[in-house]
Design a protein around this ligand. Structure first.
Ligand SMILES: Nc1ncnc2c1ncn2[C@@H]1O[C@H](COP(=O)(O)OP(=O)(O)O)[C@@H](O)[C@H]1O
Ligand SMILES: [Mg+2]
Length: 227
């Protein structure tokens, strides 16, 4: 599904300084896998996710998405692939404060101008599945942190992606929300979605079929946990 070959990513800071976020990472992720990515802060986890989700280009190396090499494709094509196939959950829910829960969930549709009447029913159903049936019209400030997270989870599903990429989906949420979110990821994986998830949460990491460990921009360990 996604293959990274010897990926290096160097960020330039001003003219002089460079940060080597990834030093040469090769990972292959099959369709339907649930992979967790762990490692200390600054080890390159978010950068890894950005490479796998075509949010950014590597400095060196090749990226394959669904057997097709996408390293050199245009920004427009990368955006199209992301919009059609990837669902993202970032470290912060980043909801639009003036849109209610349902409108936030449907935003990717509106942005890409693919919104149809039937999407609203789907959005309601998805919010119901994440336990927010009675909060459809709440604005973000009327939702708790955990509830905002769950809106972002529902939003990631709106384009029916086959890959879900998540960065610390249970960061800064209470135990109740963390276990709810964990169950949702397991459920999506059972439904066949490929999941790549950065996490500090050991319980959540242990739910994945495979754990990739990064340190200093290098892959230092890999562990399979057959379920
Ligand atoms: N856009 C950027 N510009 C400059 N440096 C960056 C940028 N993004 C990440 N870095 C640096 O790259 C390294 C890896 O970052 P990151 O992938 O965010 O690690 P993690 O998610 O594991 O904490 C860190 O040293 C970070 O400061
Ligand atoms: Mg990070």
């Amino acid at each position: 599904m996604i293959r990274l070959e010897n990926i290096q990513k160097t960020y330039r800071i001003g003219r002089e300084r460079k940060v080597h976020a990834l030093g040469g990472v090769s990972v292959s992720i099959a369709a339907g896998e649930f992979v967790s990515v762990v490692g200390p802060s600054g080890s390159g986890k978010s950068t890894f996710l950005a490479m796998a989700g075509l949010l950014d280009r590597p400095t060196e190396g090749a990226v394959f998405f669904g057997e097709k090499e996408v390293t050199g494709v245009s920004d427009k094509e990368r955006t199209r692939i992301r919009a059609q196939r990837c669902g993202f959950i970032f470290q912060f829910p980043s909801l639009i404060p003036t849109l209610n829960a349902l409108e936030n969930v449907l935003l990717p549709k509106t942005v890409h101008r693919t919104y149809q009447e039937s999407d609203a029913a789907w959005g309601r159903e998805t919010l119901k599945r994440v336990g927010l049936a009675d909060k459809l019209e709440n604005l973000p400030y009327q939702l708790s942190g955990g509830e905002q997270r769950r809106v972002a989870l529902a939003r990631a599903l709106v384009n029916k992606p086959d890959v879900i990429l998540a960065d610390e989906p249970t960061g800064a949420v209470d135990a109740y929300n963390a276990s709810l979110i964990t169950e949702l990821f397991k459920d999506w994986n059972r439904q066949g979605k490929t999941i790549i998830m950065v996490t500090h949460d050991e319980r959540l990491a242990s739910e994945a079929g495979r754990t990739i460990q990064l340190e200093n921009g290098y892959l230092v360990g890999e562990k399979s946990c057959p379920s």
